[in-house]
Design a protein around this ligand. Structure first.
Ligand code: AMP
Length: 404
């Protein structure tokens, strides 16, 4: 049997998410999460999987896990208890989610000292994310220095955006000096979902134009022509674009000057306001769409307003990306909200028959973990729900790179 396991790590500032996949058949062998790293109340949840679903025997550990190194050791112990240890010769690569690849990294990359240094160099562009990603890489390298560690970048799928789309209309020298341009994020999800949508339609990806709506706590849209990303809604940072759980999305940049000059807020305060206290949360006090829908259903005015703004922005992007693509074959909803909230899908498509979009209400109401069409057969544009799988995409890309 050839070795075919890939460990996928998604390292956050105080968390470490992981999955172990067998790329012989894409099955999942284990998954888990360490949270509140560095606190007294750290928690590790580990779940052995059969490939199809839970194998039973979900385990939990609580108690201080001081740093990411200790977190990965604890994960390794849990996996070893199931005969899936990180020291196993079956493991052929570790795939790391890295948020920002700048303009340098446009494809998955095997990490050496020079690559790691370059990822560190991108910290000013992603101060919240890249440092944690670097830490994850460092601890995995220390544990298995012999194993290829592969960085898969959230920005990479969007690197095909034409220059005139990626550029902001600001002074060219300033933009160049400070690397100010649109990078886009959630790229592994947009890549996976655009391909899976073509598969659902039974067509080669080259023949299909898709608008992907990744609606999670963070949210982004992309216009994908024949498998190649042409535009996406997030920009220099994940703040631009759609109304999100806690982020404002698009606004007049002068809002920032106004808050500084008139409101006396500092840059850090405005950053926090727009990233952490805006969006649905800022407008109505809840960032979870389930709560927003529940409250709106009970007639709560601020929840209704937040929902209406969320949907309005979504429609604007569907319209804009219909114009960008010229011909749209499918609109795909994905991530926590997109996969689960039939009401959001219904409201987003409502009134867009002129763009070829209609829903089959019965199909839209079905709850399922499978990719599925929710538009009627006759519809000019297919509307689909396509569950995203960023871990599988990272593992697929990492495996392809180390076995090529
Ligand atoms: P994600 O970032 O993709 O994990 O998505 C998380 C978000 O999905 C949560 O904040 C919820 O707003 C949303 N969500 C999850 N389940 C549902 C549901 N059944 N209905 C509406 N929204 C949901």
């Amino acid at each position: 049997m050839t070795a075919s396991r890939v460990l996928v790590l998604n390292s956050g500032s105080s968390s470490l998410k992981y999955q172990l996949l067998d790329m012989a058949d894409g099955s999942r062998l284990a998954a888990g999460l360490v949270e509140r790293i560095g606190e007294e109340s750290s928690r590790l949840v580990h779940e052995p999987l059969t490939g199809q679903g839970a194998a039973g025997g979900r385990r939990e550990r609580t108690g201080a896990i001081p740093d990411h190194r200790a977190a990965l050791r604890a994960v390794s112990e849990e996996m070893a208890a199931d005969g899936l240890g990180i020291d196993s010769p079956e493991l052929v690569a570790v795939g790391h989610r890295v948020v920002h690849g700048g303009t340098k990294f446009t494809r998955p990359t095997v990490i050496d000292d020079a690559v790691l240094e370059e990822i560190r160099g991108l910290v000013p562009l992603a101060p919240l994310h890249n440092p944690a990603n670097v830490t994850g890489i460092e601890v995995a390298r220390a544990l298995r220095p012999d194993l290829p560690q592969v960085a898969v970048f959230d920005t990479a799928f969007h690197s095909t955006m034409p220059e005139h789309v990626a550029r902001y209309a600001i002074d060219a020298a300033t933009a160049e000096k400070y690397s100010v341009r649109r990078y886009g994020f959630h790229g592994t999800s947009h890549a996976y979902v655009s391909r899976a949508t073509a598969a659902l339609l039974g067509k080669p990806v080259e023949d299909v134009n898709v608008i992907v709506l990744h609606l999670g706590n963070g949210a982004s849209a992309s216009a994908v022509r024949g498998g190649v990303c042409e535009e996406t809604s997030m920009g220099l940072t994940p703040l631009e674009g759609l109304v999100m759980g806690t982020r404002s999305g698009d606004l007049d940049p002068a809002v920032v000057f106004h808050l500084a000059r008139v409101g006396g807020l500092s840059v850090d305060e405005i950053d926090s306001l727009l990233n952490k206290k805006s969006g649905l949360l800022g407008m109505c006090g809840d960032n979870d769409m389930r709560e927003v829908l529940r409250r709106a259903g009970e007639g709560d005015e601020s929840a209704r307003l937040a929902f209406a703004s969320y949907i309005h922005r979504l429609k604007k992007y569907i319209g804009a990306y219909s114009a960008v693509l010229g011909r749209v074959d499918a609109v795909a909803f994905t991530a926590g909200v997109g996969e689960n909230a039939a009401q959001v899908r219904e409201a987003a498509v409502d009134g867009l028959a002129g763009l070829g979009l209609t829903l089959d209400p019965e199909a839209n109401a079905v709850r399922s973990a499978q990719p599925r069409l929710i538009s009627p057969q006759y519809a000019r544009v297919a509307v689909a729900v396509v569950p995203t799988d960023e871990e599988l995409e990272i593992a697929t890309q990492a495996y392809a790179l180390v076995t090529q």
